[in-house]
Design a protein around this ligand. Structure first.
Ligand code: ZN
Ligand code: ZN
Length: 306
């Protein structure tokens, strides 16, 4: 299997000393090509403005009408995101600074074959898995196994009764596939940092004080193969809703949390860019410079084997 680095045959942005304004490399593990219709040159500029030195592009699955895509509602990851070939090509055009994932609608018969095609081309992650399917279904378990075989993490969008069902019993998968690195993302994942979180149905962006010990907090602390993707409004909200909690949370999960942007704006700076805001918040709340660097760079490098 070729790694993305050997595929590119080039020096990486970090190696060549190219970096953000502060002279520090940042890896963004969560962006999309064609996101809400955004043009490729605008995506490229956006990432540069944010100070990102390496970006992982997460493809959508192919467009299909099925229960797992809610009859097509979640095609394009519900945001016009493009698929494997578009992400692969974008990464090939920007060797060193862009990497790509492999994705597919998990319950299609050809899912594993399609994922393997791009894993063999150097995909560094499986995802973004954002489909209406049970997290312990046979189809998903095949993909967890594939992630182990190719030594790539799998990134899952958790959203109650919409994407990846059965969050409360997901620990069974963490135990059954101990060599698979799982990365949690999105509303239900982040809402459950709070032990007192109850309202799964209507309140996907809970505010206010957080009591440690929620399902997410326990998965992160109890399972070495569980990681968290800090991207999107849900990740940012989890940090800003209770900053005192966030400092301690970042401290105790300093080797488990990974920066991603997942923003679809055109600007790449504050105001208007949630990815840039998340970087600013992490720099403010990280308990030390060393932890900040893990969150913005080191953890991604290690978990994605970059
Ligand atoms: Zn996304
Ligand atoms: Zn942005």
């Amino acid at each position: 299997m070729l790694s993305a680095a050997s595929m590119s045959g080039c020096k990486t942005a970090e190696d060549s000393g190219e970096s953000s304004v502060r002279g520090e490399p940042i890896i963004d593990i969560h962006q999309h090509v064609g996101y809400s219709g955004r043009a490729n040159d605008v995506l490229f500029e956006h990432q540069g403005t944010m100070g990102i030195t390496r970006t992982v592009l997460l493809p959508a699955g192919r467009p299909v009408l099925s229960a797992s895509t809610h009859d097509g509602v979640s095609n394009g990851l519900q945001a016009k995101c493009l698929g494997n070939e578009a992400c692969y090509r974008f990464a090939k055009e920007h060797p060193g600074s862009y990497l790509f994932g492999a994705n597919e609608v998990p319950d299609l018969e050809e899912a594993v074959k399609e994922l393997e095609k791009y894993l063999k081309l150097g995909a560094v992650v499986i995802g973004e898995q954002k489909f209406g399917i049970e997290c312990d279904s046979p189809a998903m378990q095949k993909i967890y196994k594939l992630a182990t075989d190719y030594r790539v993490p799998i990134l899952m969008h958790w959203q109650y009764r919409m994407y990846n069902y059965g969050f409360e019993r997901f620990y069974k998968m963490l135990e059954k596939y101990p060599k698979t690195k799982f990365i949690g993302h999105a509303q239900t994942w982040w809402a459950h940092i709070d032990k007192n979180y109850q309202d799964d149905t209507s309140n996907l962006y809970p505010k206010g004080g957080v009591t440690p010990g929620g399902i997410t907090d326990r998965y992160l602390s109890d399972y070495p193969n569980m990681y968290g993707d800090l991207s999107a409004g849900s990740g940012l909200n989890a940090l800003t809703r209770d900053e005192e909690h966030a400092r301690a949370f970042l401290d105790r999960n300093q080797d488990k949390l990974i920066y991603g942007s997942d923003c679809n704006d055109l600007v790449g700076s504050i105001p208007g860019c949630q990815g840039a805001e998340t970087i600013a918040v992490l720099r403010r709340l990280a308990p030390s410079k060393a932890i900040e660097r893990k969150l913005l760079y080191g953890n991604a490098k290690r978990v994605f084997r970059l």
